[in-house]
Design a protein around this ligand. Structure first.
Ligand code: UD1
Ligand code: CA
Length: 458
């Protein structure tokens, strides 16, 4: 039978150094809050139960987590008395019983499922406690891992460490795994007689050793256990995430990035084979790009489905609910929101298309606008297949243009256009013989009179 795994995610930090109105763990990496990154890693590592210990912004934090796991357990840590105290706040979740218990920090968003799985494997191999260590460039401030012949003997917090212990380079990342049947026994023995007067989770190591249990450390990469305390560290973690995502795009997904460092992905960007992405493109959440599509420079894309062979940009903005069918083309300075562009349809220049449906192979002329908002409600525009919308047309929704219909340039379309019809909705042109020359003559005279007057007064 599969081992049952509970993950306890500590998210009760004040996050003062973020200087933010929001809890630190709600700040985003690749468009997803840090706490949700940690939940995703725990779930991928096979954790079927998630318990979140929160402090500040409790309700918002748990709401975020429940978007992924609606059954997530939630505990508010009323007083912040240390990491050991925080884990014990989740006592009721621990009492339910689990084979493996993972303790994670919500401000360490890059932790890999593989590493969590290794920690669980260490428990299966016979340890009752497993600590994830790493070797930071500068170990100041971290707890040091004190090992002896393969066993982890203790974790010494910086403030309580001797000179010799401070020289140890293997540090505590904060992530720990406990054998479920021993966890409470160990955690209940933690006391707060140390330099900070806190209940240190790290004391669990010495306590387990005293009980004759086996404690092991495993090593993770420094980047994956990087914690975020400041906006600068948040930007550093974002940079690491983006660099890895670009590598994956190029090396595993067969995507061409002409200037990789200038492309920003979101946590869930999905890319097909042979996609090309030009410089300075930003992906917000919810984008799926089909095989062979080309995203030209300076495009901003979120919540959009882009089918195979589609061409987007340069300078395109695709918003929530954009659905571009195979072979469609969206050119420069076009904005699309909540609209379907049918197969092979073209929207090449300077348009806004919102709340609309455009049929296959229809051509939308330059400067066409769907007037979808009447100051209170949004309305739909539906255009059939093989239609032609002349440049600078305003489509006042709700309105329907039929299959094969033709709309004259500069029209303001307020009524439905039947299939195959021609619609022209603008003033007819009038030519007045000689009147152009007369106007020019009048204007020149006015200019001369004005110049003469300013000469007099100067
Ligand atoms: C902790 C470890 C240290 C390790 C370091 C790695 C302890 C005692 N020390 O130190 O060995 O090298 O992390 O970054 O565990 N939290 C709560 N409630 C509390 C206290 C903390 O939820 O009462 C949460 C914080 O929000 C944070 C995490 O636990 O996400 C770590 O707490 P923090 O005070 O930052 O521990 P460190 O001193 O950094
Ligand atoms: Ca910390």
């Amino acid at each position: 039978m599969a081992r049952r795994c509970l993950s306890i995610i500590l998210a009760a930090g004040e996050g003062t150094r973020m200087k933010s109105a929001r809890s630190k763990v709600l700040h985003e990496v690749a468009g997803l809050s840090m706490v949700r990154h940690v939940v995703a890693a725990a779930v991928s590592a096979g954790s079927e139960r998630i318990a979140v210990v929160s402090g500040r912004d409790s309700e918002t934090v748990v709401e975020a987590v429940r978007r992924d796991r609606d059954d997530a357990e939630h505990i508010v840590q009323e007083e912040r008395l240390g990491t050991g105290h925080a884990v014990l706040a989740a006592r009721s979740a621990i009492e339910v019983g689990a084979d493996d218990i993972l303790v994670l920090f919500a401000d360490t968003p890059l932790i890999r499922p593989e590493t969590l799985a290794r920690a669980r494997a260490t428990l299966i191999a016979g340890a009752q406690v497993c600590v994830i260590g790493f070797r930071p460039e500068n170990p100041t401030g971290y707890g040091r891992l004190i090992e002896s012949s393969g066993e982890l003997m203790a974790i010494r917090e910086e403030k309580d460490a001797s000179e010799a212990e401070r020289a140890i380079t293997l540090c505590n990342a904060g992530v720990m795994a406990f054998s479920g049947d021993r966890a409470l026994d160990i955690l209940d023995a933690i006391e707060n007689d140390n330099a900070k007067g806190e209940y240190y989770l790290t004391d669990a190591v010495e306590i387990a050793r005293q009980k004759g249990l086996s404690v092991r450390a495993i090593e993770a990469e420094a980047w994956e256990v990087a914690g975020v305390n400041t906006r600068a560290e948040l930007a550093g973690v974002e940079a690491t995430w983006q660099a890895m995502r670009r590598e994956r795009a190029m090396l595993e997904e067969g995507v061409t990035l002409i200037d990789p460092a200038s492309v920003t992905f979101a946590h869930d960007t999905a890319l097909g084979r042979d996609v090309t992405i030009e410089p300075n493109v930003v992906f917000g959440p919810g984008v799926n790009v089909g095989e062979g599509a080309v995203i030209h420079a300076f495009s901003h894309i979120a919540g959009a489905t882009i089918a195979a062979g589609v061409s987007v940009g340069p300078f395109a903005r695709l918003r929530e609910g954009t659905d571009l069918k195979a072979g469609a083309k969206v050119g420069n300075f076009c904005e699309i929101k909540n609209a379907v562009l049918g197969e092979g349809a073209k929207l090449n220049h300077l348009s806004y298309i919102g709340d609309a449906e455009i049929g296959a192979k229809t051509n939308i002329g330059a400067g066409t606008i769907t007037c979808n908002y009447d100051s209170a409600l949004k309305h739909r525009t539906v255009i059939g297949a093989d239609a032609f919308i002349g440049s600078d047309t305003s489509l006042v929704a709700p309105v329907r243009v039929g299959d094969g219909a033709y709309v004259g340039t500069g029209s303001v379309i307020t009524d439905d256009v039947p299939d195959g019809a021609l619609a022209i909705a603008r003033e007819r042109q009038v030519n007045k013989e000689g009147r152009g020359l007369a106007i020019a003559e009048r204007n020149r005279a006015a200019k001369a009179a004005k110049a003469a007057k300013s000469e007099e007064t100067s």
